[in-house]
Design a binder for this molecule. Structure first.
Ligand code: FAD
Length: 461
């Protein structure tokens, strides 16, 4: 009898797990993948993909309004939430089937079940069946946090439930200041809902460049979204179909739905990590791994959100691929987590790569900032009160562009490409030498000549 039933057992069929399973099978490994919910994981089923579909749907609102300035007469548009949700569900089911087929085509076997560790090589399925595997990959992702257990927390929904609301709320309160909270605030505002954002910090989008944070906030407020900072939801009461959220500052907000998006935690509960000798990283609560995603147990690896490094789909996929190449492809691959382009699909959109102004000032003694805010050409005719922000952060000593930050239409698409320039260590002189493409908003990135700020740290005495 073979010592092991399989060469690799992947726990979790999300972005990272699926990629790792397919690549490992391609390298000739016998692979099993356990998925307890739906193949595709958070990104496909209740994250990036359905969210972006809702973002597209919510943009039509502004497009209809803007069309008038260009000569169009549009009959008052009517939006139907159940149609959107049904069409979105159909697309997600199609993607789930495609993911399943691709895994199976690679030769890996999918087990639709929960799996937990009994020891470093033994996995127990929900049925009680035992599987012995040479290697284990933990790719169980993360789940929404609700924060403190305040009275009435049972009335609060998370990003898991928001994709399945039976009807569109007329008013919604969203607690949180991160990208998920702001994206859903703008989605609901786009559908004409009355939206209140409650955030405990002094401004939204903590960790982003300060100019981006203030620009996004003012643009969202211009679109009618109420943003209350420096307070939290302390209690939620329900009366029939209405909720009253009592805030820590003494005020209260009535709404038809209350959503919290206050963070996510790694999915490690009940996984049997202690039995298998897998240690937790005390700094972030995720599974501790080295540069090759290896845990404290030599045959067990962990990738994606469960490690709580950089919780983004392309990162989980890259980590899964690198793991499979390293362990089964005879090619050691270490994932580079620097300069990862990222977006916030709020309205207007944010795209960012590299360092913020503050981070650059902490790292370099001479930092030049190039910044432009301007009215996009489309708004001159539509009459929409909106401004775009473009910002480059430059290391003054080497002339290298170390950060790019954009708020405005197309920001995410622009920053994906700018990410290549930043990765290639392009200098401001390289940007200047690039011919502008006219008329675009992006041409601003290669035509900013004079620094708007210069930070020079005095040499230590
Ligand atoms: C609302 C929302 C929007 C997002 N938007 C973006 C975006 O725009 N761009 C972006 O890059 N990222 C986005 N993300 C983050 C992205 O979804 C995650 O970073 C990504 O899905 C992580 O992949 P993963 O493979 O680590 O985990 P997941 O995709 O979460 O997959 C983990 C899988 O493991 C399964 N599982 C867990 N425990 C077990 C067990 N014991 N046995 C069997 N199966 C188990 C789960 O059911 C799940 O399917 C978003 C997330 C959310 C919630």
């Amino acid at each position: 009898m073979a010592e092991f039933d399989t060469d690799l057992f992947v726990i979790g069929g999300g972005s990272g797990g699926v990629r790792a399973a397919r690549i490992a099978a391609g390298h000739g490994a016998r692979v099993m993948v356990a998925e307890e919910y739906r193949v595709g994981g958070t990104c496909v089923i209740r994250g990036c993909v359905p969210k972006k579909l809702l973002v597209y749907a919510s943009h039509f609102h502004q497009e209809f309004e803007d069309a008038a300035g260009f000569g169009w007469t549009v009959a008052p548009p009517v939006f139907d939430w159940p149609t959107l949700i049904a069409n979105k569900d159909r697309e997600i089911a199609r993607l789930e089937a495609a993911y399943t087929t691709n895994v199976e085509k690679s030769g890996a076997r999918i087990l639709k079940t929960r799996a937990v560790l009994e020891d470093a090589h033994t996995i127990r399925l929900a049925s009680g069946e035992i599987v012995r595997s040479k290697y284990v990959l933990i790719a169980t992702g993360g789940a929404p946090n609700h924060g403190a257990a305040i009275p009435g927390i049972e009335h609060v929904i998370s990003s898991n439930e928001v994709f399945h609301l039976p009807s569109l709320p007329r008013r919604i309160l969203i607690q949180g200041g991160g990208y998920i909270a702001l994206e859903f605030a703008c989605i609901f505002a786009g559908f004409g809902c009355d939206v209140t954002v409650v955030y405990r910090g002094d401004n939204v989008l903590r960790g982003f460049d300060d100019d981006v944070r203030s620009h996004v906030r003012s643009e969202m407020e211009k679109e009618g979204i109420t943003i209350l900072t420096g307070c939290t939801v302390a209690r939620v009461d329900k009366h029939r179909n209405e909720f009253t959220s009592h805030l820590s500052n003494g005020s209260s907000v009535a709404s038809d739905q209350v959503m919290f998006a206050v963070g996510r935690h790694p999915n490690i509960t009940g996984l049997g990590l202690d039995k298998a000798g897998v240690a937790i990283n005390p700094e972030n609560g995720g599974i501790a791994v080295d540069g090759f995603s290896k845990t404290s147990a030599p045959n067990i690896y962990a990738i994606g959100d469960v490690t709580h490094r950089v919780n983004l789909t392309p990162v989980a996929i890259r980590e899964g691929h690198a793991f499979a190449d390293t362990v089964f492809g005879k090619r050691e691959v270490r994932v580079d987590h620097a300069d990862i382009p990222t977006a916030v699909f709020c309205q207007p959109e944010v795209g960012t790569v590299g360092l913020t102004e503050t981070q650059a000032c902490n790292q370099f003694s001479h930092v030049d900032i190039y910044k432009a805010t301007f009215r996009p050409m489309k708004a001159t005719m539509s009459g929409r009160d909106t401004r775009m922000l473009m910002k480059l952060v430059v290391d003054g000593a080497t002339d290298r562009v170390v950060g790019c930050h954009i708020v405005g239409d197309g920001a995410a698409e622009m920053v994906q490409i700018l990410g290549i320039a930043v990765k290639l260590k392009a200098t401001k002189a390289d940007f200047d030498a690039t011919m502008a493409l006219h008329p675009t908003a992006a041409e601003e990135l290669v035509t900013m000549r004079t620094p708007s700020a210069r930070h020079v740290r005095a040499a230590a005495e």
